[in-house]
Write a protein that binds this ligand. Structure first.
Ligand SMILES: Nc1ncnc2c1ncn2[C@@H]1O[C@H](COP(=O)(O)OP(=O)(O)O)[C@@H](O)[C@H]1O
Ligand SMILES: O=C(CO)[C@@H](O)[C@@H](O)COP(=O)(O)O
Length: 554
């Protein structure tokens, strides 16, 4: 039997994964993960001001190393039969580029300038600019935020561009255009990075850059000029058209084909965001919510355009034709922190241990801590008097993005030990998920089932059971450890013509599901009451406490 292989590449927040897959059988023959070295050392970031930047060299070096390593694991003959590569990345993670499409940080004079690097999705330095975009859009003759839930976020393209142009004169002068990570890395693999030529991802443009067919592409220059004259003319140096990820970006460049040791005719697909390709890897189907649960969550939903295309769903992160599955409406929501909240609590406990007892002891503790807390928390009863936590430690992405919000713990007493606080934090992340489900439903989009992927979905039965109880719905966990990379591989198979449609690729390459969590009736009943308390507490924090306490809303 003829064998065709494809490679899915998944750029996450901390690392890149490469997966080599037999496109006809789904057999995964090689995989490798590489962390970003500069990012790991904390370079160019300042959490205190929510600045998170990634150097393009981190991406290029880790990409080459991960793909080569994944191919090294594959049996002889696989390299020669690679047909396609597709890439997913985090987003909105844009970078300023020069006329050639080179990220500014790759130019010697910008090599150490964080404003010439990729502005990671979770960078919230542009809160003020997002507010300005919202104010202008809401009073404009067309509300350009209407297809992105009515609220533009500081995590997105335009807010980040505007902020950077305002604060950095040298970047302002050199930046010809701006490119999302998923578009740049795919274009880089083809060798054609000219910002006016490279194909832009429908997913990135529609969810984060206000691109929509009804607007004839991006909003008009007049809108951006009114927002700030610094943006005057940029629209023409961006893009008018977008492509879904079943399309090809181009053919691999000679240089990359040689570097990776693969054929010169390998097709490179149009990129997309990690969660969107992950949902495809996890066999998303109409009205099933696919939750990608890691440091944050992305909650993905697809539905036929003719059934929900007429709705304007408030408070989500966008509704875009073809952003997940070509031909269907793709909807995105999410939580700005999920596993990150557990990581925060773990850090609170391990930090003094590090200071007092040293790195080795702290590392030993850190390794065992979350599973231990989960085990203890799982033994606790669920009662109406439990601690209520609010999960907005990194702001709130959905419903109704607001990255100035803060988290909270309410109802502590002297018996509130680490397991009880951990349980409350896990429940808070589940309540945050429920608020998203409820928002879709109240806006007229039903949700029939939940599919989970991502690190937390695979690692924590306690979190997943709590989530099933709070949502009062069964949750299926996809078997693949690498659903995002697998989804990218499926898109690569279509872009390269190995499969005629995405559905064919999914059928041939899926690895199915390996766990189902059923809601427990008794716990679920109490959680429905606790959820009401969560909503009340959240409303108090948002509308009274933060205002009255004059806490700095940044
Ligand atoms: N045993 C565990 N139970 C619950 N959460 C966990 C566990 N181990 C790790 N995590 C959380 O998983 C998150 C990382 O998820 P992962 O999907 O691997 O990464 P990413 O979101 O960067 O792709 C971290 O925030 C961490 O706190
Ligand atoms: O926001 C999006 C996609 O829209 C994600 O890229 C972002 O949440 C990052 O997710 P990960 O932490 O890499 O799972």
């Amino acid at each position: 039997m003829k064998e065709d292989y494809v490679i899915g590449i998944d750029f996450g927040t901390d690392s890149v994964r490469a997966l080599v897959v037999n496109a006809l059988t789904g057999e995964q023959v090689g995989t490798a993960v590489r962390e970003y070295p500069r990012w790991k050392r904390g370079e160019y970031c300042d959490a205190a001001i929510s600045q998170f930047r990634q150097h393009p060299l981190d991406y290029l070096e880790s990409l080459e190393s991960a793909v080569r390593n994944a191919l090294d694991q594959a049996p002889g003959g696989v390299r020669e039969r690679v047909r396609g590569i597709s890439v997913d990345t985090t987003g909105s993670t844009p970078v300023a580029v020069d006329r050639n499409g080179t990220p500014l940080a790759l130019l010697p004079e910008f090599a150490e300038n964080p404003n010439g690097m990729f502005i990671l999705w979770k960078d919230h330095t542009a809160n003020a600019e997002a507010g300005e975009i919202n104010r202008l859009a809401h009073g404009y003759n067309i509300d350009f935020t209407k297809y992105v839930g009515g609220i533009y976020s500081s995590e997105w393209f335009w807010a980040k561009i505007l902020r950077t142009l305002r604060v950095d004169e040298v970047v302002r002068e050199k930046a010809y255009s701006w490119v999302e990570h998923c578009d740049w890395i795919s274009a880089e693999l083809t060798g054609i990075t000219d910002p006016l030529q490279l194909k832009r991802s429908r997913c990135a443009a529609g969810h984060k850059a206000l691109w929509h067919e009804d607007f004839d592409g991006l909003p008009p220059n007049a809108f951006f000029k009114e927002l700030d004259p610094l943006l005057d003319g940029l629209r023409d140096r961006l893009f008018a058209h977008t492509e879904t990820s079943d399309q090809a970006m181009g053919t691999i460049s000679k240089q990359w084909a040689e570097k990776l040791g693969i054929p010169a005719d390998v097709v490179i697909g149009v990129g997309a965001f990690d969660a969107h390709m992950g949902a495809v890897g996890a066999l998303i189907e109409p009205y099933s919510l696919c939750k990608v649960i890691g440091t944050s969550t992305c909650d993905m939903l697809v539905a036929p355009n003719d059934e929900v295309g007429h709705l304007l769903i408030k408070g989500i992160c966008g509704q875009v034709d073809g952003s997940i599955v070509p031909g269907m409406l793709g909807m995105e929501a999410g939580q700005s922190a999920f596993g990150d909240i557990y990581a925060w609590f773990s850090k609170i406990i391990t930090d003094p241990v590090r200071t007092l007892l040293g790195e080795e002891e702290a590392a030993k503790l850190a390794q065992k801590l979350i599973p231990h807390l989960a085990e203890q928390a799982a033994k606790l009863p669920v009662t109406e008097n439990d601690i209520i936590a609010i999960d907005w430690l990194n702001g709130r992405r959905t419903p109704d993005a607001n990255h100035t919000l803060k988290g909270a713990l309410l109802g502590l007493n002297l018996a509130s030990d680490s397991a009880r606080v951990f349980k409350a934090l896990v429940e808070a992340t589940a309540y945050g998920s429920k608020a998203i489900v409820e928002r879709f439903r109240s806006e007229g989009v039903p949700i029939h089932q939940v599919i989970a992927i991502g690190g937390v979905a695979k690692k924590s039965a306690f979190v997943m059971q709590t989530l099933a109880d709070v949502l009062n719905m069964p949750i299926k966990v996809a078997a693949s450890e690498q659903a995002c990379a697998l989804g990218a591989a499926m898109f690569a198979a279509v872009a390269a013509g190995v499969h005629p449609t995405l559905q064919d690729a999914q059928e041939a390459m899926s690895s199915g599901f390996d766990a189902v969590y059923q809601p427990r009736e008794a716990q679920s009943a109490i959680y429905q009451q606790l959820y009401q308390k969560y909503l009340e507490a959240g409303e108090f924090i948002e509308n009274e406490f933060l205002q009255k306490a004059h806490l700095q809303l940044t």
